[in-house]
Design a protein around this ligand. Sequence first.
Ligand code: PAF
Length: 332
Amino acid sequence: MTRCRRSILFVLLLLCTALFAMPVSAEPKFVLKLGHAVPEENAYHYGAVRFKELVEERTQGNVKIDIFPNNQLGTGERDILEGLQLGTIDMYVGSTGPVGGFEKRFLIFDFPFLFQNKTHVYSVLDGEIGRHILGLLESKGIRGLAWMENGFRNLTNSKRPVNGLGDIAGLKIRTQENKVHMAMWRLLGADPTPMAWSEVFTALQQGTIDGQENPIPVIYTSKLFEVQKYLALTQHVFSPAMIAVAQPVFMSLPKEYQTIFMAAAQEAALYQREVCDKMEHEYIETLKKNGMEVTTPDIEPLREASKKVYEDFRGELGDVAELLDNIISAKP
Ligand code: PAF
């Protein structure tokens, strides 16, 4: 081979390498904004990042997902969800806590001490009931893609260790904007104050409220140990989370991308649940190391005191009320 031919071949080889290295799509066709309410250290963010990676890879860069953590797109989860309905935000990862405000049947998961453990949770969420409830969002302009998790909620406060029902009396506790949660805390003798998540740290710091309730990963990653001395492992409500997309955005995607979204969301959800569960176990010790006093109150008196919620709110569940009995009887 002549020297000239070798050079031409070399240049061709370089060109081919450059062509293959280039992304198939230089400019994404869809750029979506995904918002969540917690710091990047939280398991929601891990789930969101995994979803982003899967979708961007499988659509060969034609869909780009930009993630906005820590309430950058709203004051809290209700606000972000409203953004999906208004068309200002495309995607959401977060709890179902505020959803009962616009789709009452979602309140089904907010009943106290409903789930025994995570096996019970996922036998319901990954089954017919879970699919049915997630599907109810479509008429509200939101497409639920998969169930992620926030975890079992626990009580923290700055006043005293909670060893039993009597210690909860009179505590001013921030709750989610959720009437079932509020009713439960009233029955337990507390003074519930609903508040957007972005305001909670400052309210705890300034003593406007005494406490709040959230899963362990939130308590640690949002650094609540800096403003709360006492953690009681009450596990009073399992807080599901979901990854969701605005329905018009979902419908604007080609069918094959819709399929990619559904599969990527389920895979990301399984990963997110694992990360969250690991954090839920590991961070109790970390919180103790950071100065929190941890108690494990007997939950039977709490369960007994709050059971009137079932009577008072069953009627709000409309045509899914009987699923409440199915959830209870699904317990492993
Ligand atoms: O308490 C809440 O509002 C939620 O649990 C939070 C912290 C935003 C995570 O979903």
